[in-house]
Every structure is written in C-alpha cells, then in structure tokens.
Ligand binder design. Structure first.
Ligand code: HPA
Ligand code: ZN
Length: 341
C-alpha cells in the first residue's frame, strides 16, 4: 500500500476527491431496475423477465458482445421524460462520487432509428443537465456518431442537430471500432469542426494504433477516448504527449470487454509514466460494474497507485475537460484544498 494506511483509506481518499467524468455514455448508465420500470411505463416487452436475468446476461468477450445488448437495452427509452429520468439518475450517482463536472455522450442514431424525435432525446438530457447545474454540477454534451453506420447517416444526424446546437458542445465517434476507421468520417467531422464543435473519438480501444493516428490527423480530435493501443507505437505516444491531448481511460470497461486480461495488467500507470494525460472514467457503468469511484478504486488497488498518481488523474480530468481556464483553475484549487485536509 503506497502512501495509504489501508485500502479503505485509499478508497475514502478517492471518494472525497473532486473529479470530472469525461467518458460516459448516458445510455450506458441505464440500470436494469430503470430498464424494467421504463419498459412497464412505455409498454415495451423486454427479452428478460427479471433484473437478475438482465444482470446475468452482462458477460462480454469483446466490444460487439456488449453493443448488441446495449442497443437492445436502450429500446425502453421513448419519451423526453425517459431521457430526463435516465440523466438525472446518472447525475445523482456522479454527485455521490464527488464528481463536479461531466461531459456526457449520447447516441442519437440509437433513438431516431426507432422513431424517437431528436428533440426529445436532446431535450430530456439537457433538462436534467440544467437542473443539475443548479445543484453545482456543470456539464458538456457530446453527440456521438455510430461508426458501424454509413457516413451519410452521420451527416443527416448532424443536420438534425443544427436547431439544437446551443445544447451540444462536441461530436464523438463510438460503436464497433474494428473495420470502421476514423477516416470513414473525415467529411462529417470537418463539417462539425467548422460549426465550432469540439471533436473527440473512440480510438485504440480494440482498433490498431493507425486508427489513433487517423483520429489525430484526419479528424483532428481535441481528446482521445480510450487510446489503450496507442502504447504499441512509441512515435504515436510521443505525438500525443507533444500535442498535450487527454486520454479518457475506462478501467472496468476494459476489463469487462476483455481489452485487458486483468486490472493488474492495465496500462494506466504506463500511460502516466509515459507523460500521457490519462483520466479515469466509467464508460457504461450500468453494464461494466461501477461508476467513476469504483473505477478509480479498482484500478488503484490493482496497480497500487500512489496518492500522487491518484491526484494527477483527478487533476487531468479537469485540465482535459472543455471547461474554460477559469473554471478549470477553480476545480484544481478545490483539489488542492481537499488534499490539504
Ligand atoms: N466503445 C464503443 N462504443 C460504445 C462504447 C464503448 O466503450 N460504449 C457505448 N458505445
Ligand atoms: Zn465509450
């Protein structure tokens, strides 16, 4: 135990530390209990007959295994109020984990293709984010394109988003990575950049280092989601360090999707040692077994992370956020105040 008297001490320190969460798919925070409640409210039939049966189905051997169940689960989300309730439940969990700022992904194509109005999706999520802001949690909203679908569908989605751009801060790229390289979306990301949106992309979760290069050189990302496989290419690591880009790392997701064999083999410490600005995030907490503090605690225990490494991860979360410099400085000062106690 480095720098802590016990694992319980380290967990308490992590729990109290102010932090931002930068990699969270709001649809991936749909807990089985809420899935059941919304199915009932909306008259949707589920493939499972109990909460236990749903949880028992959450055994994945790769990203696609998970995505098949994830898209099934979101079928219960139909009304603006459903998106509000989903987002409010996540924000309550985040607040309990000392999260002060969130940057949330949503997958509009997972809903509009089922006939849900784009305005209801973005409206419900944004209304919950606005309510949370009154209670002190700030946020940004990032619209993801589903990379297994054609670029033309992403273009149509960006066009649908135009009347709502006052609520949307950035665009991202998620879903099945291998076989769907970033360059497939070069045009739609260029258009999004021209609209002043921030740019992020999942890259190097299962895909090769070349996909991370493409995220940098073709999409011109402001941040990289996951990025684990960047470590296979020393020149790529150097490039990310030089550019000062943040990686949004998701330890329990990596474990559940078999990106790593066990958390003791997780590359988080190697990332920090290489000078990469890594952060810790929950990705799809309802499916992967824990929210942000659970991710911090699991990886800190497995790697025996030091107090300094944990503080660096929390600092990176604000420094890598899309908050302005003043807000970042306030949050970093709050970390200083917390660790001084
Ligand atoms: N990777 C890719 N797509 C996703 C994920 C993920 O971890 N979660 C939700 N969509
Ligand atoms: Zn993700």
């Amino acid at each position: 135990m480095t720098g802590f008297a016990s694992a319980a001490d380290r967990a308490a320190f992590i729990a109290s530390l102010p932090k931002a969460e930068l990699h969270l798919h709001i649809e991936g925070s749909l807990e089985p209990e809420m899935m059941f409640a919304l199915a009932k409210r909306n008259g949707v039939t589920l493939a499972f007959d109990s909460v236990e049966a749903i949880r028992a189905a959450y055994e994945f051997s790769n990203l696609q295994d998970f995505l098949d169940i994830y898209y099934q689960g979101m079928a219960v989300l139909l009304k603006e109020q459903d998106f509000y309730d989903l987002t409010a439940a996540y924000l309550a969990r985040a607040a309990a984990d000392s999260v002060r700022h969130v940057e949330i992904f949503f997958d509009p194509q997972g809903h509009t293709e089922r006939g849900v109005a784009f305005a209801d999706v973005v409206g419900g999520i944004s209304r919950a984010l606005a309510d949370a802001e009154k209670r002190g949690i700030t946020s940004r909203l990032i619209m993801c394109f589903l990379r297994h679908l054609p670029e033309a569908d992403a273009e149509a989605t960006l066009t649908q988003a135009l009347p709502h751009l006052h609520l949307i801060d950035g665009v991202g790229l998620d879903s099945s990575e291998v076989g769907h390289p970033p360059e497939k979306f070069a045009r739609v990301f260029a258009r999004a950049r021209g609209l002043g949106l921030k740019i992020v992309a999942h890259a190097g979760e299962e895909g090769p280092p070349d996909y991370v290069w493409q995220a940098l050189d073709v999409l011109k990302v402001d941040r990289i989601d996951h990025g684990n496989r960047a470590l296979e290419d020393a020149a790529l690591v150097q490039r990310i360090v030089t550019d000062g880009l943040t990686l949004t790392v998701c330890p329990l997701s990596n474990l559940k999707l078999c990106v790593v064999k066990d958390l003791a083999g997780h590359p988080l410490r190697r990332m920090l040692a290489a000078g990469l600005k890594a952060t810790v995030n929950s990705d799809d907490p309802a499916y992967f077994g824990g929210y942000v503090n659970a991710n911090f605690i699991a990886v800190a225990n497995a790697l025996d992370l030091t107090r300094e490494e944990i503080i660096t991860l929390a600092r990176n979360s604000f420094a890598g956020s899309f908050l302005d410099a003043d807000a970042q400085a306030r949050h970093l000062a709050a970390i200083d105040a917390c660790i001084a106690n």
